[in-house]
Design a binder for this molecule. Structure first.
Ligand SMILES: Nc1ncnc2c1ncn2[C@@H]1O[C@H](COP(=O)(O)OP(=O)(O)O)[C@@H](O)[C@H]1O
Ligand SMILES: [Mg+2]
Length: 334
């Protein structure tokens, strides 16, 4: 498994919540590929080495979960839905775990939690139970989600914890560390060359495309990253957006959103977008923006520090692709 790079503060905070048995659901929220799953995996590793089995962790990843309330799906050790819980609902499984637990309070982690409403027939009941478990300190509950719909519905029971992309400085440090870790040359050669692992010139090309997204930066660990391929992979998405395909949003509205994002370096307040693009119709605007977000063209994020909700490009590469397409070009100049 790849080593987690950076995120020391986030890891410390999450561990702190577990140790203090925080009495709210912790909602780890951040855009696709910002590293939520990687952070949770590291949290589990740290907990395992610090506490061994004394704090049991039940980890459920909804990524490929297709079942309804009946839990017959078990894969790997990561998921706490065991063979013998086949005919139980998730609520029953949770109750069983709590009833049988004589050690410290368990930790429940549900990854890809934005899928809860789509998967579970009684999402409200599930969230209420999880919130109650946290409130009564019978267990710690951590949900990871790429949107903030859970916070909106349960905001007084949820502690939002935002995991954004890296800042530019942290992004460059991230790439340096990843490259250093992959550098297989003997130490004296590395020491001798002393070349910056990420030159200024290279960074000027990489950053506009990858921004602080760890996944995209991961493609640049090799010395000659194919940046055009990264941009090319999302250009089609921008065209789809402009065509307003499926009627879930209007092409000209998407164009306006893309223009605003390009003008504002990839991020602006949700209320501003609603106002400038959808004018009078807030409910129509919300639903069109949600549809765009569902296709990863944009992200809607809640930033707990500033208590604002923002609209962002689906990823830094998306922003780059939006700029290209709006300028009438399809070929990146990287
Ligand atoms: N801090 C990090 N250090 C190393 N690799 C990371 C880090 N954050 C993310 N990654 C890598 O980036 C990719 C996307 O991260 P992931 O955790 O799957 O994102 P998310 O769950 O937010 O969609 C994965 O391949 C992951 O290993
Ligand atoms: Mg994930």
């Amino acid at each position: 498994m790849k080593q987690l790079v950076g995120r020391e503060r986030e890891l410390r905070d999450l561990l702190g919540y577990v140790e203090r048995r925080i009495d709210k659901i912790v909602l780890l929220q951040g855009p696709e590929l910002s590293g939520k799953t990687a952070l949770l995996r590291e949290l589990r590793a740290v907990m395992a080495s610090k506490y061994g089995r004394t704090i049991p962790v039940y980890h459920l990843d909804l990524t490929c979960f297709r079942m309804t309330d009946v839990l017959e799906w078990i894969q790997g050790t990561d998921n706490f839905l065991m063979e013998d819980s086949k005919d139980l609902t998730i609520l029953e499984v949770i109750e069983e775990i709590l009833a049988s637990e004589h050690q410290l309070q368990p930790v429940f982690i549900i990854d890809q939690a934005e899928r809860i409403p789509e998967i579970f027939p009684q999402p409200r009941a599930l969230i209420e139970v999880l919130a109650k478990i946290a409130r009564e300190r019978r267990g710690v509950v951590i949900l990871a989600s790429l949107d903030d719909s859970l916070r909106e519905d349960w905001h007084d029971q949820v502690l939002p914890f935002h995991l954004g992309y890296f800042s530019e400085k942290a992004a460059r440090a991230f790439l340096r560390k990843r490259r250093a870790a992959e550098d297989r040359r003997p130490w004296w050669q590395r020491w001798w060359s002393r070349r910056d692992l990420v030159s200024d010139e290279e960074w000027r090309e990489i950053y506009p495309v990858c921004g602080g997204c760890p996944r995209l930066l991961g493609f640049c660990v090799s010395p000659y990253p194919n940046l055009s391929a990264i941009v090319g992979s999302v250009v089609g998405g921008v065209h789809t957006g402009l065509e307003g395909r499926d009627g879930e949003w209007e092409g000209d509205k998407y164009r306006r959103v893309a223009e605003l994002l390009v003008e504002n370096e990839g991020s602006l307040e949700w209320s501003v977008v609603l106002d400038k693009v959808f004018g009078k119709d807030v409910s129509e605007g919300s639903s069109q923006l949600r549809a765009m977000a569902a296709r990863n063209m944009i992200n809607v994020e809640y930033l707990p520090e500033s208590k604002t909700k923002v609209v962002m490009a689906g990823s830094p590469a998306y922003l780059y692709a939006m700029r290209l397409v709006l300028e009438g070009r399809d070929e990146p100049d990287v």
